[in-house]
Ligand binder design. Structure first.
Ligand code: TYD
Length: 206
């Protein structure tokens, strides 16, 4: 049985990843089935019972910046051990709504935690392990904020300023530049139909 593939969706709040996730999961399902596996859809922070408890705390409770980063990585270690690693080992494909790039973007870029601290945690929690593909939905913070405001009650991150999201976006783009073979950059200001075409092209490469 071939090892499964790990795909992550990323982007600042309001950039549109949620719009495309369910559609992409269905497409992915067809490809995974052809390879003899199934698709597991998951998210961060979260993805396990403990991770979902940590998500509640992270999204709603004030805390020191370092605590926030450590809890993100604690939830991630659990997610890897309980869900991601076993699924890939048995040939299933995993699609995750956010992963480590979000910690670099939000806690690093947005909140200003030094990158070397995050790199240390990344290595500790996941070694050399990285997604096979990361789809980054890129959008200007003012457009993203306009798209967000229609939605429900904002959490601790969604309440942040446009300047925070400008820094978050910049760090996402820096991560993408650092690993161009892993990232696919999607311009989220385009029509949904056009974005789907681009996602289809990515699926064909998997
Ligand atoms: P999000 O995917 O936006 O959930 P929803 O669509 O339900 O709002 O994720 C929740 C928030 O968590 C989001 O604002 C980004 C933040 N986050 C971090 O700050 N660091 C991380 O490492 C992760 C995974 C998420």
């Amino acid at each position: 049985m071939a090892r499964g593939k790990f795909i992550t969706f990323e982007g600042i709040d309001g950039a549109g990843k949620t719009t495309h996730l369910e559609w992409f999961r269905q497409q992915l399902h067809t490809r995974a089935a052809r390879a003899g596996g199934t698709v597991i859809m998951t998210r961060e922070p979260g993805g396990t019972a403990l991770g979902e408890t940590l998500r509640e705390i992270l999204l709603h409770q004030p805390m020191a910046l370092e605590t926030e980063a450590l809890l993100m990585f604690a939830a991630r270690r659990e997610h890897l051990a309980q869900v991601i690693e076993p699924a890939l080992a048995q040939g299933d494909w995993v699609l995750s709504d956010r992963f480590t790039d979000a910690t670099f973007a939000y806690q690093g870029g947005g909140r200003g935690l030094p990158r070397d601290k995050l790199e240390t945690l990344e290595r500790w929690v996941q070694g050399e392990f990285q997604p096979d593909l990361t789809v980054l939905f890129d959008l200007a913070p003012d457009t993203a904020s306009a798209r967000r405001s229609a939605a429900r009650e904002p959490d601790r991150f969604e309440r942040e300023s446009e300047r925070f999201f400008a820094r978050t976006r910049a760090e996402y783009l820096r991560r993408a530049q650092e690993a161009p073979q892993r990232f696919a950059l999607i311009d989220s200001s385009q029509d949904i139909a056009l974005i789907r075409q681009q996602l289809e092209a990515l699926l064909a490469r998997l």
